[in-house]
Ligand binder design. Structure first.
Ligand code: CMP
Length: 139
């Protein structure tokens, strides 16, 4: 089994009907989608998910944004999946993201930046298990 990482297609991208385009970019990059589902986060869930950012000035707005509409959460698998997915997403700020990346194609602002991906092995484990049970990870 390859490395696992966790992905969110954020409310802006879902509202703009980009779920299919983004999942296609993920598949075309060679990563395997192990599990995926659409969710509407509650405030408590979003605050818990982004708890590492709770002292940041943008925390309140980030939480409000993430609960403003449905998201698509997924578990991705592949060799070096965490870094590969971060490379596919591009820079956090879409204005700085490279051509061919998800955020360049679909991000509107640093907040409405189309996607989230785990930033390391420890966060990937926490984030996958925050939204998925082991029974949902299809083999
Ligand atoms: P994400 O990978 O989901 O992790 C935290 C998010 O905070 C980040 O993507 C951005 O969308 C969001 N965010 C909003 N404002 C800022 C900011 N000023 N700096 C960094 N991240 C920000």
């Amino acid at each position: 089994m390859g490395e696992l990482t966790f992905s969110i297609i954020k409310p802006d991208a879902v509202a703009n009907n980009k779920i299919g385009d983004i999942l296609k970019m993920i598949s075309d990059s060679g990563l395997t989608i192990k599990a995926t589902k659409m969710i509407q986060m509650t405030k408590v869930q979003a605050e818990g998910f982004y708890a590492v950012h709770k002292e940041r000035p943008f925390f309140g707005e980030l939480v409000e944004y993430m609960i403003s509409g449905p998201c698509v959460v997924s578990v991705l698998e592949g060799d070096n999946a965490i870094k590969r997915y971060r490379d596919l997403m591009g820079a956090t700020n879409p204005a700085e993201a490279a051509e061919g990346t998800i955020r360049k194609a679909f991000g509107a602002s640093i907040e409405a930046n189309a996607s989230h991906g785990s930033d390391g092995p420890d966060t990937a484990k926490v984030e996958v298990s925050y939204f998925f049970s082991s029974l949902e990870l299809v083999n």
